[in-house]
Design a protein around this ligand. Structure first.
Ligand SMILES: [Fe+2]
Ligand SMILES: [Fe+2]
Length: 207
């Protein structure tokens, strides 16, 4: 059958089911799950588009490094929400270290470089504030990880939301600003600084 025709029939069927009251009504949990899957799919689509962009016009290596950290952090947060209680401890430790190392690397490379530009002061202080809110949420979660009940899950969902908003701001507004104001050699220097801080933090013995 013509795919367009098929789509029309399906859409009419859906509308009829709604009118008759036989359409599936989502519970809040189902709606949440569908939203989560949708968010994940949208993220994957965004990452795929970003990868194509990088290959086509040679985006700075720094963006790829930052985006690949974001992707790893996102996947750890998803796994942490899905996993059995026995694995939460080590997954959480992994997530906390990834976020802390990433935030430190940003705060010692492109954050101070952008903050020196007067028009970027506002967005950079907002981003630093978000780092601090994310660190607070991590500390709260850390204190409760031995008994991760409903309250723990609700704070984990606050963390996911906060991190996802922050990442979207960095990959959209902050990356565009950087492309406007930095030349190639600045990008190279910032990428070296970002990598160096990450290496140093990763070698630091666990507290
Ligand atoms: Fe950040
Ligand atoms: Fe980031």
């Amino acid at each position: 059958m013509d795919p367009q025709k098929q789509k029309e029939i399906a859409s009419k069927g859906g509308k009829a089911a709604h009118l008759k009251g036989t359409a599936h009504e989502f519970t809040p949990e189902e709606a949440k799950e569908a939203g989560r899957k949708g968010g994940r799919a949208a993220h994957q689509k965004r990452m795929a588009a970003a990868n194509i962009r990088h290959r086509d016009i040679g985006e700075p290596e720094l963006f790829q490094q930052v985006e690949s950290d974001h992707e790893r952090i996102d996947s750890l947060m998803m796994r942490l929400g899905d996993n059995a209680q026995s694995e939460k401890d080590s997954l959480f430790e992994n997530l906390r270290d990834e976020i802390e190392t990433h935030a430190m690397a940003e705060e010692h490379s492109f954050y101070p470089a952008l903050a020196k530009i007067p028009e970027c002061e506002g967005i950079m202080s907002q981003s630093r504030r978000e780092h601090s809110e994310i660190r607070d949420l991590l500390s709260q979660l850390e204190g409760m990880v031995k008994e991760p009940g409903g309250e723990w899950l609700s704070r984990l969902s606050n963390l996911k939301e906060k991190v996802q908003q922050h990442v979207a701001r960095e990959e959209d507004q902050i990356f565009s600003k950087m492309k406007e104001v930095f030349d190639e050699s600045t990008f190279t220097r910032l990428e070296e600084e970002f990598t160096q801080v990450k290496r140093r933090e990763n070698q630091r013995p666990a507290a």
